[in-house]
Design a protein around this ligand. Structure first.
Ligand code: 13P
Length: 259
């Protein structure tokens, strides 16, 4: 089994931080993180669209090796889609990772597995990497349906995507009941589900792909629980919401290996 998957710690800022605040937090983070942190793990930030150009400028002019990400995009190249942003527009801003199918997009904005599959393909077409989010509600977990929900999301999300592309992407397992609630999954439960995600990838794209793909855990990741979660063999990173809005907290999560 491959164990050299480089962890990816991602900050999903959601609809927080305007572009002034974004510049400030990136600068603060850049003082708190050093070369050894970037060597130990990849770090991405996913600001709101209105911040992306400002964050790009700071990262590039100060040569900060943080990776620029986005939270969402449309799957079409262009068109009459009021309010939407195309993958090509993100690529032009040097965005590298795009979160696709976050539960908030699925639950609040009605994104379907079909939309999400189209987005995964569109992101790849623009030489960016999708972070495909999957996860169950509390009811689905209590009814014993967590695995069937997640398996369906993975099968549909990856439909028609070649093995090499699947190997290069990221799946974020984010149980909906753990998002923004402070109710983190136990390291054991998170490991069990991330291992299950890897098994699903294996069924679809084979063992080598499953050994290579990176699987993040998301849902109330904090400095205090990051190390224990990231120690699990099938957890290759974290998708962090609330705690990524404060430089100190996010830096401590990135430095989880030192705790
Ligand atoms: P919290 O870390 O705030 O629970 O959010 C998790 C999340 O949704 C990241 O995408």
């Amino acid at each position: 089994m491959t164990t050299n998957r480089k962890p990816l710690i991602s900050g999903n800022w959601k609809m927080y931080l305007n572009h002034f605040e974004a510049i400030q937090i990136i600068q603060t983070l850049s003082y708190q993180l050093d070369a050894s942190d970037y060597e130990a793990c990849d770090v991405s930030v996913h600001p709101p669209f209105t911040d992306i150009r400002s964050v790009q400028t700071v990262l590039e002019s100060d040569r900060i090796p943080m990776i620029l990400g986005a939270q969402h995009c449309h799957f079409e190249e262009k068109g009459a889609f009021t309010g939407e942003v195309s993958p090509g527009m993100l690529e032009k801003l040097n965005v590298k990772y795009v979160i696709v199918g976050h539960s908030e997009r699925r639950e609040i904005f009605g994104e379907t597995d079909e939309h999400i599959n189209a987005k995964v393909k569109a992101v790849f077409k623009h030489t960016m990497t999708p972070i495909l989010c999957v996860g169950e509600t509390i009811e689905e977990r209590e009814e014993g349906n967590a695995q069937s929900k997640v398996r369906g999301q993975i099968q549909n999300g990856l439909k028609g995507v070649g093995k090499e592309r699947v190997a290069s992407m990221v799946v974020a397992y984010e149980p909906i009941w753990a998002i923004g609630t402070g109710m983190t999954a136990t390291p054991g439960d998170a490991q069990e589900m991330c291992s299950f995600v890897r098994d699903c990838v294996k069924e679809i794209a084979g063992g080598t792909t499953a050994d290579t793909i990176r699987i993040q855990y998301g849902g109330s990741v904090k400095p205090i629980n990051a190390a224990e979660l990231l120690k699990q063999p099938d957890i290759d990173g974290a998708l962090v919401g609330g705690a990524s809005l404060e430089a100190d907290k996010f830096a401590r999560i990135v430095k989880y290996r030192l705790h």
